[in-house]
Structure formats: C-alpha cells, structure tokens
Design a protein around this ligand. Structure first.
Ligand code: SF4
Ligand code: SF4
Length: 240
C-alpha cells in the first residue's frame, strides 16, 4: 500500500518521542556542550606526540626519524632534528625533534603517521574542539602543544594504550634478555680463552723446566722445546 513506509517511520518517531519521557536511552540527542556523550574507543581526530613520565622533553618518545613526515600524504608534518642526543624510552641515546609541527588545517586524520611510527611515539587524539578565529598560524600545532602524557593516552584510548604498554614492556624485556645472553656468552668465551692460555702456559712451563726429564737421552728431546722457544718463549734455555 502506498504510504506504508511513511506511517511506519512516523510510528517509530512517535514511540521514541513518548518513550523518551520515561527512558533516557530513547533520547537520541544531547544538550551539547553541557552534556557530552563519551566518544568511542576508536574515535580519532588529529595526531599528538606521546611522552612518558612527568617531563615532556625527557620522556618524549619521538626520535625524529622523520618516517611519519615522509609518509604523511598531504605533507603536513614538519620536523627538524636535534643536534645533541637524549636517552629514549629504552635508555638508548637518540636524537629528538627540535621542531615538530603539524598543520591541522591540512591534516586529513588518516592515521598513517601513527601506523608507520616504529616507536609508538605518535597517536591519534580525540580533541575535536579546535576551532580558531585565525586560520593560519593558530592551526599549526607546535611540539609543546602536541606533546601529551601516557596517562592522557590511557584516558582517551584505554584498550589501545594498554596494548601499546604491553608491547613496549615485552620489547624492553626481550632487549634486556638479549643483552644478558650476550654478556654471559662474552664472559664464557673470555673464561675459555683464559683457561686455554693457562693450559698452554703450564705445558710450556713443564717443557722448559726439564726437557730431558720428559724425553730422556734423546737429541730429538729438544725439538719440541726449540720449536716452542722459536715461537716466542724467552725462558727456554739454549742448551742444557
Ligand atoms: S593523520 Fe594523516 S594527514 Fe594527518 S598528520 Fe598523520 S599522516 Fe598526515
Ligand atoms: S613520530 Fe615516530 S615516525 Fe615520526 S619522527 Fe617521531 S619517531 Fe619517527
């Protein structure tokens, strides 16, 4: 019948209109900005830079590798490397960005910068109230404005941030285990080398102390001694 769809739609509207006086779930609008619905976990807006701890400079994860700058499709990231180095989140000396700007009037929120960053240093923010009266300089976000703490990241993307923390902890543990295994292997190799040098020294000592006692009455007895002496021992007697 013609008009059935319109009647069905009006019935839904009427049911929600009356129901909204009794059930808040039926209200499909909120009185923004006084009321705000929580944003979903995977909502994203513009990127920000992550730092650990309290100090945005010391804890900044970005090592200014410039991968995000190269990969950003509209080229709205601008990075200048530092001349000195500071320890990164793994304690390794690394460069850091002296300048890190993002032009959010150009950024298209594609998240490619986040995907390509090998250091979990850049993430997508949820802050959408960024309108400005001045459309050029005010929309160019500087490093200081972009730097936000890991606590903030946990607040806006709790599930993702927990997964990132776990990945970083696993990577740090793996690096530590590798370092420990390398140190143990080096210590073992050094001990084995010291033992072989010690054995050679004791054999040489015995031979040089009493060459005749080991190979009595033979002219060939001196052959091994002489060969050892010729290899650099100064304690081998010329004749006895
Ligand atoms: S979200 Fe996309 S457009 Fe925006 S800075 Fe990152 S890579 Fe560039
Ligand atoms: S945010 Fe990541 S990819 Fe971009 S420069 Fe810093 S470390 Fe490199």
């Amino acid at each position: 019948m013609i008009g059935t769809g319109i009647l069905k739609g009006m019935a839904v509207t009427a049911r929600n209109f009356v129901g909204s006086y009794f059930d808040k779930e039926r209200l499909i609008t909120v009185q923004y900005p006084e009321e705000r619905d929580p944003l979903p976990e995977n909502y994203r807006n513009f990127p920000f830079l992550l730092y650990d701890g309290e100090d945005p400079h010391a804890g900044l994860r970005c090592v200014a590798c410039k991968i995000c700058e190269k990969e950003c499709p509209p080229q709205c990231i601008y990075i200048v490397n530092s001349e000195d180095k500071k320890p990164d989140y793994m304690g390794k000396p690394q460069f850091y960005p002296k300048v890190f700007d993002i032009d959010i009037s150009v950024c298209m929120s594609c998240q490619i910068c986040v995907e390509v960053c090998p250091f979990e240093a850049i993430k997508m923010d949820k802050d959408f109230e960024l309108s400005k009266r001045e459309r050029f300089d005010a929309l160019l976000l500087r490093k200081d404005e972009l730097s936000k703490s890991n606590e903030y990241y946990h607040k806006i993307h709790p599930i993702e941030a927990a997964a990132v923390d776990k990945n970083l902890a696993d990577a740090a543990a793996a690096a530590e285990a590798k370092k420990k295994a390398a140190a143990e292997a080096a210590a073992k190799a050094a001990a084995a080398k010291a033992a072989s040098v010690g054995d050679a020294g004791s054999v040489l000592g015995k031979l040089t102390a009493s060459p005749k006692a080991e190979i009595p009455g033979s002219t060939s007895a001196r052959a091994p001694t002489n060969s050892l002496a010729s290899s650099g021992s100064s304690s081998t007697p010329a004749s006895s």
